[in-house]
Design a protein around this ligand. Sequence first.
Ligand SMILES: [Zn+2]
Length: 390
Amino acid sequence: MADQARRPHAPTAPAAPPAPDAPTPAAPSRRAEGTARRPAAGSGLYAELHLHLGGAILPNVLHAFMQRSAHPLLRRYPTLERLERHLSRPRRSLDEYLRLHELVESLQRPAERALAYHVSRLVRGAYLFDNLAYMELRHCPLLRTDPALPMSARIDSMPRVVELIARAAAEQSGRFPLVFAQVLCMHSALPDEANAAILELAAAARPAVCAVDLAGPTGPYRARARAFERLFVRARSLGLPTTCHLYETPEGALPRLLPLLDRIGHGVQIPLRHPRLLSSVAKRGQCLEVCPTTYLRTGAMRDYAELRPLLRRCFDAGVDVAICTDNAGLHNVRLPHEYENLLVRDVITIEELARCMTAAFRHAFAWGAPPPPALGRLTAAAAHHHLSGR
Ligand SMILES: [Zn+2]
């Protein structure tokens, strides 16, 4: 039970650069407490709302880390090309795709040795090459603890994982000033005790942590629906913003969780198979975190064009959509290219692109300000001049 969990200590490292003059935010659905921050103007155009630590790190950074640490995995992947080929191969199912995370997670343990390097490179790349102003990085802290320890000791180690990530991001914030916050993932394959502890840690670790999520294979969702519902009710009672991998696959459909969420991770099965739910999603002001390349890599879709009617249904129903990468490192498709892929294939118009980019900032749990000025100009130009998609 969630409310029987121990309350871990909150990490102390700050999550993001200070913001001296952040204006009043434009009515987001819910926000993490004390997280209103704004980076320097002009420092980025994009807000990334759905990015996993297990899939965010580019293969070249992973391989450089293996070499630096003389990691045993070098025997399996002696060259960067070998590692890239393994990571980028399309998978036949979501479960098979998720096993890629296990490989990266093994490289991110022990956390003390790996996380500072991984996160510092991630923030640097996001600022310099991806044009990000805002990043929510999600991870399951238990999976960065030592699997040889008993569960109680692993749970006790989780605050340290959050602290290491917050500190690594904060150390980069002077040179690469994007707003950074963590989302902690409960996991469908973990016992209730661990998920409850992750939830309590997320609440205690604000503002370094801005929300809680549920991730992992969707196979166990139905059988554990009541337990997951209790966890999200608990998150609500703590005032902790919520998102959840939901309606990503047909078996990941749990309608009772929907009213407990601020955002929906993926949610593409809603416009595909349950379009009648769209009006209530719109009424609750929930945003779908749509990750186009994931659906190609998991075999759920064959082409980006299959998203066209789904996104159209969302827009027509007034449902906000943020385009996200999910696992930009594993896919080697970063956020600006996710948008570009949709635009050049006429999946979305440039007006819709601007609308999705703006929605991402509006639904960002730790942004707390209007979108960056350059995005405001793009939105105005798209609306007034009806710019062509191509
Ligand atoms: Zn995800």
